[in-house]
Ligand binder design. Sequence first.
Ligand SMILES: [Zn+2]
Length: 345
Amino acid sequence: MDSPDTATRYSRQVRFPLIGPAGQERLGAARILLVGCGALGAGLAEMLVRSGVGTLVLVDRDVVDATNLGRQSTYTNEDVERRLPKAAALAHHLAAFNPLVKLVPCVTEFTPATAPELLADVELVLDGTDNLETRYLINDLCVRAAMPWIYGACVGSSGMTANIVPGETPCLRCLFPDPPPPGTLETCETAGIIAPAAMLVASVQAAEALKFLTGARAAVRRSLLRFELWPWRCFELGAAAAPRADCPCCAERKFPFAEAAASSRTAVLCGRHSVQLRPASPLRVELGVLAERLARFHQVKQNDWVLHFEAEGVHFTLFEDGRALLTGVNDPVAARTLFDRIIGT
Ligand SMILES: [Zn+2]
């Protein structure tokens, strides 16, 4: 069967008077960047693709894992079995929902080195990440470039979101001047998470994105929204707040997160019993050549984006951009040692 025509597909949304035909047209011309394709990101991506955004750039550093299936929409058992990267799997599923949207999957990490290319020509950045390091980097880059972004976070049954419009609303560092020391905040691993919390944050973010992208800037919410679903509580803070006069980012124009080299070559991933190792400098790996070498000692499987194998009870996933994901280990030093022994530096 043919794909429905554009007018039919978007008819109910166009009938909503605050969007209308002009808003839909603007939405169809918009290019946006989604950083992180987990529970928030997959939910956001699905809503925006179905609503008819023009181009969606999807970036994620991870592969689909069985623990994701309990809450991250669109992913399937087959994605887990094939160990597909989230950005690639999500783009594949989204294309089936709406072939009119241009999808640009990027299987990489959002860092100061990769960001300029990912941000090119976008008009809005959506936060679907699960870590503060990346959010502070997004904040630095967006405030520096006067580009709006939509912060979102969730854990347990709670969620938080804010629209950050540089020069108009408080930025992430106005709200939380410095990231807390690692290990002090609850994560999906320590506190768990229920799917509705993620979907509610994603829904609020998607609604705000639609306001931005259809040209309804005056309707964009200016408060920090925080809620808990279980038990129910909801707080809306700082509806009239402006950027802080002493904000290191907005006022002093200091952008340490954007200017830092990637702070560490290892990262322990949220809720995954996994460690990511990244190369000291950007590189491109010939996965086919590496697979041949490793196949002498290990049972190696490969798809278009990654190769993977098991060694010493640890599951290795190797990406073209030189990153490695080691699942079954929590200690970064142990992960690095094992990587050096099995793959070499
Ligand atoms: Zn600020």
